[in-house]
Write a protein that binds this ligand. Sequence first.
Ligand code: EPU
Length: 427
Amino acid sequence: MDAIRIRGGNPLRGRIRVSGAKNAALPILCATLLSPGTCLLRNVPSLRDIHTLAALLRFLGRDTEVGEGTVAVRAEGANVRPEAPYELVKQMRASVLVLGPLLARYGRARVSLPGGCAIGARPVDQHLKGLEAMGARIELDRGYITAKGPDTEKGRLRGAEFCFDNVIVTGTEHLMMAASLAKGRTVLSNCAQEPEVTELAQVLNSMGSQIQGAGSHQITIDGVDELRPCDHIVASDRIEAGTFMVAAAATAGDVIVEGASFEHMHGFVSKLRDAGCTVTRDDDGVRVRRDGPLRPTNITTAPYPGFPTDMQAQFMVLMCLANGRSIITEMIFENRFMHVSELARMGANIDVRGNTAIVHGVPNLSGASVMATDLRASASLVIAGLVATSHETDILRVYHLDRGYEHIEHKLARLGADITRIKDARA
Ligand code: EPU
């Protein structure tokens, strides 16, 4: 397994371009199952999760070609096999999003339950209840979800009214896709408003769906008989952008993050400013710089447009170096403080009580060997390594990082970081 070695202390300076958004590309790739013909996605990041989903699409019978920043998914002559095995689904939870499109298109599907996850239980009950509201008959058997369309309507899902128990990003995306080919109108309430939901709705509409209200709490979908293929450029990754912005702030640097969308980061940007960073719009993205000390800042994660849970771990590193006490409350996932014990090995002073972390700022962090536990925790350890002023940091189990950050070591090195990948290091 690879490791990342960082010698910290260099302020990051320069320009960096953000890649396409993983969490936008994944549901759009699942949506390609809804149409005949060839779908083309551009600006797709080269990430482990994308390759995992491409392998799943191939397994399902789609000719899927991953190129330089592109993925082409061809349905022609496909030998459809609406069945997603555990071996592929367990590698990435978002794989469960193939269920709704397969069911909507072929009237049946069998998809493995995703299983455990480091950051929380992450059930899919709301996804399944929503599909049931559309007439699907769902059975759980030996770790698999078997779904069939209703007996009436020749197995075609039917429009329904469904209110999510809580705000769920992939759940909203999942039901939007399934409802696109249902008979009649579906009204989804308490929907996630994340930009990735809006982007998926735009793509589905370009394919012929009739979706209104994406980006608000209520989404209306008028089902259509068939969809056409899409050709779409994936938007920039706001979490990757945010990660570089925190890295710039943490190292007291000055970085322009090209492609970062200011509009999609208000909740996060206002907290960066509270912490003492200067954040401005640039022609081509967002500029972050810091000259003065870091101020303690409290954050509470929330669905969009609140502070994203996917930025909590990275922001915590910033607060480790602030001049005072910050309180960080995680409201989305029940176990998303796995980075705390690793940061403590680097000299951070953090108390965790339930879903709250009390961060007492320290003057410096020092390098150590640390273990990545999930994607965003790994990103926080990279930032901690960049600021550690004594000793080098080795981040083990980098495969987590590779799920969500494209060439992160090359990008950070271009900004002046002393960072290298060590191939096949021992974990
Ligand atoms: N939940 C339920 N029932 C469900 C589904 C979810 O109770 O049927 C709960 C979960 O347990 C969790 C909360 O609802 O407490 C939020 O889960 P959600 O389903 O919104 O998360 P997700 O859709 O599985 C997406 C992103 C995550 C991101 C979250 C929150 C993708 C592929 N994943 O996950 O991204 O953290 O929304 O914004 O879009 C990451 O990129 O590192 C990542 C984990």
